[in-house]
Design a protein around this ligand. Structure first.
Ligand SMILES: [Zn+2]
Length: 114
């Protein structure tokens, strides 16, 4: 297994394997980090991971972990925010039993996927 050298702020350079390293990749907005429990002092060390570091770690066999970012954060938005009238309209729509098919006919779902 490849030995990966990392630096502990207390112990200096330490030798790790890919399994020792936790690589967090943030989806969308967010910062990527890598961390490891120091084999000498067992302190957990966490550092920011720029693209170069990420490439290095990946090539060393580190499995990246995708950090969950709520889908709302990265979903595309369009149009004005909903208001009370929209809410009332929606409420009235829900009074009908076929509200779902009506809703499907009204909104253009293609907008969301394109
Ligand atoms: Zn240490």
């Amino acid at each position: 297994m490849t030995t990966i050298k990392a630096t502990c702020p207390d112990c200096g350079e330490v030798d790790l394997t890919a399994d020792d390293i936790l690589l967090r990749i943030a989806t969308g907005e967010g910062s990527n980090t890598y961390g490891f429990a120091c084999p000498t002092c067992s302190e957990f060390v966490e550092k920011p991971a720029d693209e170069r570091v990420i490439r290095l770690l990946l090539s060393g066999g580190v499995m990246p972990m995708l950090v969950h970012v709520p889908a709302e954060v990265i979903e595309p938005r369009s149009g004005p925010p909903i208001n009370h009238d929209d809410l009332l309209e929606f409420h009235e729509l829900l009074q009908n039993d076929d509200w779902f098919s009506e809703l499907g006919a009204e909104s253009n779902m293609d907008d969301l996927t394109s």
